[in-house]
Write a protein that binds this ligand. Structure first.
Ligand code: ADP
Length: 291
C-alpha cells in the first residue's frame, strides 16, 4: 500500500489556512503525524478519509484517486475520528453487528464470526453485552478500532486516540495499534510526542499547516545530534536567556531545565545532551517561527 499526498492546500471560509502545500508519501506500517492543537492534523485526516475537500492538490492510494473515487477508498478505509458518537444504550456487540450490516456484510454467520473475532482482538469480549454508555475511555477507543477494522481495511486513520486515556489504557491501545499495523497503513495523529516515538516507524511534524519534518524518528533525532544543550536554572534567572534559541523549558524539582538549540558550543554552562524526539519537535517549530 502506498498513500501519496501531493501539494495539498486547504483554507477555511473564515480565512484560516489549515494546510499549506502538504506532500507526504506513506507506506505500510505506522505513520505518526505529530503537531500541536490547531496544526492541521484533523483537516488532513478528514481529507484523506474523503470527508472533506481540499482547495488543491492530489491524493492517491495505490493508484486510486482518493479525491475522485471516494467510494473505492471508503471500501478499504477504517476511520477513527477524534470524537465519535456512540449510541449509549446499546451493546458493543449490537452496534458492531449493525455497522457490519451497513458495510455490506449480509451473511449472518459471517457477520457473527467477524464480530466475535473483533471483540476478542480488541479485548472487549467480556464486555460485549455491556451498553456503550458504561464504557471507560480506553474501552471506547478500542471499540473505535473494532468498528474501524470491519471490512478488512487497508488504510486506517486514527485521530488523536490517546487523549484522556490513563497510562495503562494507553499502553493497551498502543499494543493494539501496533499489532494491526503490520500489513496495512495506519496513520496516527497526535500532539503527544511519546505516542509517535514509541509506535511509529515513520513520521511527520506539522505546524500551522506546514510539514516541518518528514522522516523516521531515529533519523530525525540523529539529524540534531550535537546541537541540543541543557542547563538547569532557577526560575528567576530565565530572563537572562532571552534572545537565545531556547526550545523548551521544563520544571524539574522546582527548577527549570532549559534545552537550547545551537550548532556551536554556547558556553554559559550549557552541556551537550542526547537529543530526543521532543527536541526534534521543539527545534523544528522554533526554526519555522524564525523563518
Ligand atoms: P488539529 O487537528 O491539528 O488540532 P485542525 O485541522 O482541527 O488541527 O485545525 C487546523 C486549523 O483550522 C485551526 O486553526 C482550526 O481552528 C481551523 N479549523 C478547523 N476546522 C475549521 C472549520 N470547520 N472552520 C474554520 N476553521 C477551522
Amino acid at each position: 500500500m502506498e498513500l501519496k499526498i501531493s501539494n495539498l492546500t486547504k483554507t477555511y471560509p473564515n480565512g484560516v489556512v489549515a494546510l499549506k502545500n502538504v506532500s507526504l508519501t506513506i507506506s505500510n506500517g505506522m505513520f505518526g503525524l505529530l503537531g500541536a492543537n490547531g496544526a492541521g492534523k484533523s483537516t488532513l485526516m478528514r481529507i484523506i478519509a474523503t470527508l472533506q475537500e481540499p482547495d488543491s492538490g492530489t491524493i492517491t492510494l495505490n493508484g486510486i484517486d482518493v479525491l475522485k473515487d471516494k467510494d473505492k477508498v471508503r471500501q478499504i478505509l477504517g476511520y477513527l475520528p477524534q470524537e465519535f458518537g456512540l449510541y449509549p444504550k446499546i451493546s458493543a456487540e449490537m452496534l458492531l453487528n449493525h455497522l457490519a450490516q451497513l458495510k455490506g456484510i449480509a451473511n449472518v454467520r459471517e457477520r457473527k464470526e467477524l464480530i466475535h473475532a473483533l471483540l476478542q482482538r480488541t479485548n472487549l469480549w467480556e464486555h460485549r453485552h455491556k451498553s456503550l454508555g458504561g464504557y471507560s475511555g480506553g474501552m471506547k477507543q478500542r471499540f473505535g478500532i473494532a468498528q474501524a477494522l470491519i471490512g478488512q481495511p487497508k488504510l486506517i486513520i486514527v485521530d488523536e486516540p490517546t487523549a484522556g486515556l490513563d497510562p495503562s489504557e494507553r499502553n493497551r491501545f498502543h499494543n493494539l495499534l501496533s499489532e494491526i499495523s503490520e500489513n496495512i497503513v495506519v496513520i496516527l495523529s497526535s500532539h503527544i510526542v511519546d505516542d509517535v516515538e514509541s509506535l511509529c516507524n515513520q513520521m511527520a511534524i506539522i505546524d500551522t499547516g506546514v510539514v516541518l519534518v518528514d522522516d523516521k524518528p531515529g533519523a530525525a533525532i540523529n539529524a540534531i545530534k550535537n546541537r541540543i544543550w541543557r542547563k538547569v536554572v532557577g526560575k528567576a534567572e530565565i530572563g537572562e536567556y532571552n534572545g537565545m534559541s531556547i526550545i523548551s523549558q521544563k520544571l524539574r524539582a522546582g527548577k527549570l531545565e532549559l534545552h537550547l538549540y545551537s550548532e556551536t558550543e554556547p558556553g554559559l554552562g550549557f552541556e551537550l545532551v542526547e537529543p530526543a524526539l521532543e527536541d526534534v519537535y521543539f527545534s523544528s517549530v522554533l526554526m519555522q517561527s524564525k523563518n
